[in-house]
Every structure is written in C-alpha cells, then in structure tokens.
Design a protein around this ligand. Structure first.
Ligand code: ATP
Ligand code: MG
Length: 138
C-alpha cells in the first residue's frame, strides 16, 4: 500500500490507521532517512494504542516504552553499530513480550528485524512524503 502524505498530520494519521489493525506481537519496521517522518508515524500509531503517550525519537535511549491499552515499545537503531550492542540492551528478550513494536532505522541492523515484520518505508516526495507499507520490500 502506498500513501501520499502532504504534512506531518497526514503521516500521523497513516500511523493511526495502521495501528487500528495491529495486535500484540506485531513488529513494525520503519525505514527512511533522517527527518523522513518515522517518529511522526509512530506518534500517530501510539495515539491509538497508548493515548496520551509522549512519543519522541529514542535515538539516544535506543528504546522507549509507552503503556496503554496495548504496551508499545519504540526502538531506534540509529546508534547501533553492531549486533552485540543491541543484544546487550535486552532487545531480543523484549521483542518476545506481549506488546506491539515499532523500530526506526531498521536499515542499520537488518538481522535484528524479525521474520513477518510489517515494513514501512517513508521517503521524501516533493514537499511531502511517500509512505509504503508492505510485508516485504525488494
Ligand atoms: N508529510 C510529512 N510527514 C512527516 N513529517 C513531515 C512531513 N512534512 C514535513 N515533515 C517534518 O519532517 C520532520 C519529520 O520528523 P521525524 O522526527 O518524524 O522524522 P524521523 O524519520 O523520525 O527522523 P530521525 O531519523 O531523526 O528519527 C518533522 O519536522 C516534520 O514536521
Ligand atoms: Mg525518529
């Protein structure tokens, strides 16, 4: 599915629409450059799953957790330089939990993305964004 977003609110709405279909154990892998809108998309999704959660990029923290109707983990792999770093954060145990997962910068650590992840790629398109949601990308 491809969505064209002309502003931040539309990207948040795309995240919220996807979130309505998610269930615990789903893993949403996000791809796209700095400032593409990955966090905006997660913010929209969290507004459905964890209303009122303050969503920000966990670039330094690596992981944020939001509590709501469904627990949500929000990862950002931007600063992960090798798989061992990620292992030591407890990531592989956490992704077995009964929660919904969003992970930014999946291109940094492709081996960490579970089979069956829902993939979301956000790219710039003029002044707006192109949001591609798929089971797999080629
Ligand atoms: N159509 C759009 N969708 C999303 N964000 C947009 C759009 N148009 C402009 N923006 C702006 O682009 C920026 C997107 O920021 P955001 O933090 O969501 O990106 P990101 O992909 O998470 O970046 P990072 O890689 O640094 O984590 C915001 O400043 C937002 O206002
Ligand atoms: Mg971000």
């Amino acid at each position: 599915m491809i969505i064209h977003s002309s502003d931040t609110a539309e990207t948040e709405k795309a995240g919220a629409e996807l979130a309505k279909k998610l269930k615990p154990r789903d893993f949403v892998a996000l791809y796209g450059d700095l400032g593409a809108g990955k966090t905006a998309f997660v913010r929209g999704a969290a507004s459905v799953l964890c209303p009122g959660a303050a969503v920000c990029s966990p670039t330094y923290a690596i992981m944020n957790r939001y509590d709501g109707n469904t627990a949500v983990y929000h990862f950002d792999l931007y600063r992960i330089t090798d798989g061992d770093d990620l292992y030591s954060t407890g990531y592989y145990d956490i992704i077995e939990e009964n929660a919904v997962f969003f992970c930014e910068w999946c291109e940094k650590c492709p081996e960490a993305i579970p089979d069956g992840a829902i993939k979301v790629r956000i790219s710039r398109e003029g002044d707006g964004r192109r949001i591609e949601i798929a089971d797999t990308f080629s």
